[in-house]
Design a protein around this ligand. Structure first.
Ligand SMILES: *Cc1c(COP(=O)(O)O)cnc(C)c1O
Length: 413
């Protein structure tokens, strides 16, 4: 049992970029009694969430919901569309892109990992981990593949390890410009429902997502949005799959049911989340996250610390990575902030370990919770002996005060 008696007063500040803070409304919806997953009420719930989630992916085609973390949905995307020894082109934007590439290799897929080939003054060990996908590199590689050996192009939409987004429409244009038949698979585990995403319009064949980031749910369900071309590819794909197999699930989903026991209470939560997100309107949801991101970046700029994302055109609206000065262990700063202020920040992953930390601005947040997060980080940096150029708290307050949320987001007077 968790030692709740030692829990500090007030709310914990869960400012990692997923799991994100879950709104009380969603927690309450999840607390309803579990029902028979073969009974009539369940079919209503199943059909409702399966139709609502398509609106979030912006697709007319099936979306599969798995009782699994995002990693499971990565495996589902690969195993349903590819055969052993198939060659795929992946793009190294950060730690999550690297983990997906490692998984593909373990599944017996032959992978080629494209990366930014320039240099970086702050992070010479990982120059590509500060930028988004360069579609021209993908186009050039596909043009050289005259025998069409490359079966899929795999990219991450919002690289959660770095706070960098990638322009997915430009990747689709690159594939089309090269006249290449490869499938386009996109990890939008942390982008969906926070950053603009359009499965059909951008010609994505499989989009992978998860519950615990933009959808504001606890971890435990994940998604594959699938195009007709991906469903067609499934018919000849030879990688072993059973639990992940799309065909049986798509068939039973037509009536709102699953071949096995789905995650009933998380589906109650999903239903509530869809009401909240679609009720607010996706464009407003995206604008809200953009504004939060700008407010938090104002703090980092005021501190005079480098933002992990080196290209302002692709700043993530979901999280902001902060590079600590040479010699300052970012994990020690995080630990101190957690101990002193009950605030959890994201750690530096993989090649970034100890060199940066991540501040999430997603889930059940608002201007004041984000000002509080910035305050916790500012106190922690000072206590760690980091020389700051100015006050980030002041900069964030100035940003939010000076950039009122659109009227629709404000409370009535
Ligand atoms: C969180 C995340 C994952 C991993 O998902 P799990 O639910 O932890 O399995 C993969 N890719 C991205 C971009 C993520 O943000």
């Amino acid at each position: 049992m968790l030692q709740l008696d030692s829990h500090p007063t007030g709310r914990h500040f869960l400012q990692i970029p997923g799991p994100s803070p879950v709104p009380d409304r969603i927690l309450r919806a999840m607390s309803l009694p579990t029902i028979d997953h073969r009974g009539p009420e369940f079919g209503v719930l199943g059909r409702q969430v399966l139709s609502g989630i398509r609106q979030v992916f912006k697709t007319q085609h099936p979306v599969i919901i798995y009782p699994a973390s995002g990693t499971g949905a990565w495996e589902a995307a690969l195993s349903n569309t590819l055969s052993p020894g198939d060659h795929v082109l992946m793009y190294e934007t950060g730690h999550f892109a690297s983990l997906w590439q490692k998984m593909a290799t373990r599944l017996g897929i032959s992978t080629e990992f494209l990366a930014f080939n320039g240099s970086d003054e702050h992070l010479p060990q990982a120059p590509g981990w500060r930028r988004g996908v360069q579609a021209d590199l993908i186009e050039a590689r596909l043009r050289k593949d005259s025998e069409k050996k490359i079966k899929a192009v795999c990219v991450v939409h919002n690289e959660t390890s770095t706070g960098v987004t990638s322009d997915i429409a430009s990747v689709r244009r690159a594939i089309d410009a090269a006249g290449h038949p490869a499938l386009l698979m996109v990890d939008s585990i942390s982008g969906l429902a926070s950053a603009d995403f359009r499965h059909d319009e951008w010609g994505v064949d499989v989009t992978i997502s998860g519950s615990q980031k933009g959808l504001m749910l606890p971890p435990g369900i994940s998604f594959n949005a699938i195009s007709p071309r991906a469903l067609e590819a499934m018919k000849s794909a030879k990688l072993p799959r059973s639990f992940w197999a799309w065909d049986e699930i798509v068939e039973m989903n037509k009536d709102g049911y699953w071949p096995y026991t789905p995650n009933t209470n998380l589906l109650y939560g999903l239903s509530e989340a869809l009401d909240m997100i679609l009720g607010e309107g996706l464009d407003k949801v995206f604008a809200r996250h953009q504004r939060w991101g700008a407010g938090v970046r104002a703090a980092v700029n005021a501190w005079g610390l480098p933002i992990q994302c080196a290209d302002p055109a692709v700043y993530s609206p979901v999280l902001t990575g902060v590079i600590t000065p040479e010699g300052v262990d970012a994990d020690a700063v995080r630990r101190l902030i957690h101990q002193r202020f009950d605030l959890s920040l994201g750690t530096g992953l993989g090649k970034l370990k100890g060199r940066m930390f991540r501040m999430g601005h997603l889930g059940d947040s608002n201007d004041l919770t984000l000002v509080a997060m910035v305050a916790g980080v500012e106190m922690g940096l000072k206590l760690s002996g980091v020389k700051l150029a100015g006050s980030g708290v002041q900069a964030t307050m100035d940003y939010f005060a000076g950039h009122a949320a659109p009227a629709a987001l404000q409370k009535a007077a």
